[in-house]
Each structure stands twice: as structure tokens, then as C-alpha cells.
Design a protein around this ligand. Structure first.
Ligand code: IPM
Ligand code: MN
Length: 352
């Protein structure tokens, strides 16, 4: 029997509540499809930081490196200055574990949850491959004369040929295996960011031409991409983009698939430890009320199963989520689902 170790970081706010439901569903799928999951909990997050003044213990990254996968709830605490936990935990893990892909499927399961007029599930079904280790997130830059009227702030976007190329190759490979329209759209800003996206564009066409001639290559500026998300989301199959643009367009993507209640993502190192998370925040105002929607965390669990190679189990989770979303749930928004957080988890688990 296959057996997998999973590091579980519930994190802040509603994170632990939604992760509990994801684990419930993972357990149901393990029982049904005959594999074993061993969970190891970690208490990283705002509470621990406030208690210990340490964001991550010294040993954390090396310990997490031993796991094939991490399931993460949410990071972000109202009493901790913005940036400390995000950079100290989430970004640090993404970088040090070399999770160079941020994979974000944008898939509408029921037209009732789409804010766009006349768009149905067949119109909203694409995947964003976001570069996850470089760009504006790399932390390059600095400040001069801070706090004076001469203050200078520089924040640079780092784009390496190696980093861009491995991201593009992953995206081409993913597009090929997804086997839908087999169209990969590079989302950039070649008309203004003429250094960074020149590199991206050249690498995109070189690699595409040489190794992926079966994949159609397309390009859209990032501003136009947001326009098409709203007007013609059906044009997209797979989109590849840099870290910052990927961050922005995937929030819009989450909205057109029904909101943060359903949107999940994977931070992927194809050769190492990958980390799966609902992409919404810690939603502190809903903490402990049992009203937050756990479907995004459950969908993160589905991506985790898929990554581990447990494809039928992943498929079963998705089918159970689709059935629930289409037949039972009233809204994907916290407090308006018609069910509690744990009832949603129970129903998905039961359907598996
Ligand atoms: C995301 C989040 C993070 C990001 C924040 C919390 C650092 O917005 O996962 O999209 O900007 O990547
Ligand atoms: Mn974001």
C-alpha cells in the first residue's frame, strides 16, 4: 500500500478550520482508494510568532524538506505587521524549497457562482502557471535616505534565464498533458518591461519552437489579460506569467470561478517538496465561527493527491466537490453556504 507523509500547517485565522475539513476528505479518499496518509502538524503562524518572537524555527525548512507535500491553511495575523509572516513563512518556504511553480486552476463548477453574465463552466476553465521564485518577489532593491524628503525606494524584478526557462518548460509540458486546446498564452508587458519580458518572450518562442511545436503559442499583455478574463475567459487554456502578474491575475481568476471559497493553488517543486493551499487569506473575522467555506482547502487537497500520483482519488474529490456545488450549496461565500464548515467537509467525504 502506498503511504505518504504530509506536513500540515494550519496557520492563522480560519486556516486550521479549513485544513481540518481537507484532512477529513483526504482520509476518506485514502480509505476508498487504498493508500495511507500520515500527517505531521506544525504550528507555524502568527500565534506562534507572537509567543516565541520567532517566525520559523531554525530546523523548520530542513524538516519540511523531508516531506513530499505540505498542506497549508493560511498565513496572516491581524496583530502582526503585514509582511513579517508572509515573507518569513510563506515566501521563505516557496523560495527555500524551490517551489518555482505556482499552479492555479481557474475552473467554474456552476454558473450560479460566476459574476460574469452568460458565462458557464465551459467558458471558465483554464490554468495559470505563475513563476514563484523570482520577479519582484525576489527581494532585490533597497532604500536610501529613508524617512527624509529625499527618500529613494528601488524594487527590482529578477528574471534569470534558468528561472524563466524552467517555468516555461513546466507550462509547455502542462499544456501538452492537459490536452485541451493545447494553447499556451504568455502574459507579460513586452511594450514597457522591455528587459524582463524580452527575455521571457525569446525563451518562450525558442523553447516552444524547438521542443513543443504541438502547443500553440499566444501572447497577451497583462492589462489586456484582465480584460479578456472578464470578456472572453473561454479564450484561455494555460497561461504562463511572472510572479507579480501571476499574483494579480489569479485573484481575478478566483473571482470568476466563484471566489476565494473555492480557489486553490499549488506551490510546486517537481523534484522536491510541494505545498498546497487555499489561495484566500486567513479571514480573521470568521475565525472559530464554523462559517468559512472549506472547499478551497479541499480543492488544495485534491491538487495534492494529483501531485502524489493518486489520480483516481483526486478525480473522486473533484467529482464530489462538483456534485455538492451544483446540487446542494447555496453560495460559496462564508456564512451564506447554507451549511457549516464541518458539514461541507462531511458531505464531500461521504460522497467519496
Ligand atoms: C498569494 C498571496 C501571497 C503572494 C502573499 C500572502 C505573500 O497573495 O499566494 O497569492 O503575494 O504570493
Ligand atoms: Mn495573491
Amino acid at each position: 500500500m502506498n503511504s505518504y507523509n504530509i506536513a500540515v500547517i494550519g496557520g492563522d485565522g480560519t486556516g486550521p478550520e479549513v485544513v481540518r475539513e481537507a484532512v477529513k476528505v483526504l482520509d476518506a479518499s485514502a480509505a476508498r482508494f487504498g493508500f495511507k496518509l500520515n500527517y505531521v502538524p506544525y504550528d507555524f503562524g502568527g500565534e506562534r510568532y507572537l509567543r516565541t518572537h520567532e517566525v520559523l524555527p531554525e530546523s523548520a525548512v530542513e524538516e519540511l524538506r523531508k516531506f513530499p507535500v505540505i498542506l497549508l491553511g493560511a498565513i496572516g495575523h491581524p496583530d502582526v505587521k503585514p509582511g513579517i509572516l508572509e515573507k518569513g513563512i510563506l515566501l521563505r518556504l516557496r523560495f527555500e524549497l524551490e517551489q518555482y511553480i505556482n499552479l492555479r486552476p481557474v475552473k467554474l463548477y456552476d454558473e450560479r457562482f460566476c459574476p460574469l453574465k452568460d458565462k458557464r463552466p465551459e467558458h471558465v476553465d483554464f490554468v495559470v502557471v505563475r513563476e514563484n521564485n523570482e520577479g519582484l518577489y525576489a527581494g532585490a532593491g533597497g532604500t536610501l535616505f529613508k524617512g527624509t524628503s529625499n527618500e529613494v525606494a528601488v524594487q527590482e524584478s529578477i528574471n534569470t534565464r534558468r528561472g524563466v526557462e524552467r517555468c516555461l518548460r513546466y507550462a509547455f509540458e502542462y499544456t501538452r498533458q492537459r490536452a485541451r486546446a493545447k494553447k499556451l498564452t504568455l502574459c507579460g508587458k513586452t511594450n514597457v518591461l522591455t528587459f524582463a519580458f524580452d527575455l521571457w518572450e525569446r525563451a518562450f518562442h525558442e523553447i516552444g519552437q524547438k521542443d513543443y511545436s504541438d502547443v500553440q503559442r499566444d501572447y497577451a499583455h497583462v492589462d489586456a489579460t484582465t480584460m479578456w478574463f472578464v470578456k472572453n475567459p473561454e479564450w484561455f487554456d494555460v497561461i504562463v506569467t511572472d510572479n507579480m502578474f501571476g499574483d494579480i491575475i489569479t485573484d481575478l481568476g478566483a473571482m470568476i470561478q466563484g471566489g476565494m471559497g473555492i480557489a486553490a493553488g499549488g506551490n510546486i517543486n517537481p523534484q522536491g517538496t510541494s505545498m498546497f493551499e487555499p489561495i484566500g487569506g486567513s479571514a480573521p473575522k470568521y475565525t472559530g465561527k464554523g462559517v468559512i467555506n472549506p472547499l478551497a482547502a479541499i480543492c488544495a487537497g485534491q491538487m495534492l493527491l494529483d501531485y502524489l500520483g493518486e489520480k483516481p482519488a483526486a478525480q473522486a474529490v473533484e467529482s464530489a466537490v462538483i456534485k455538492l456545488v451544483r446540487e446542494k450549496i447555496q453560495s460559496l461565500a462564508a456564512g451564506r453556504m447554507g451549511f457549516s464548515t464541518s458539514e461541507i467537509g462531511d458531505m464531500v467525504a461521504a460522497a467519496i
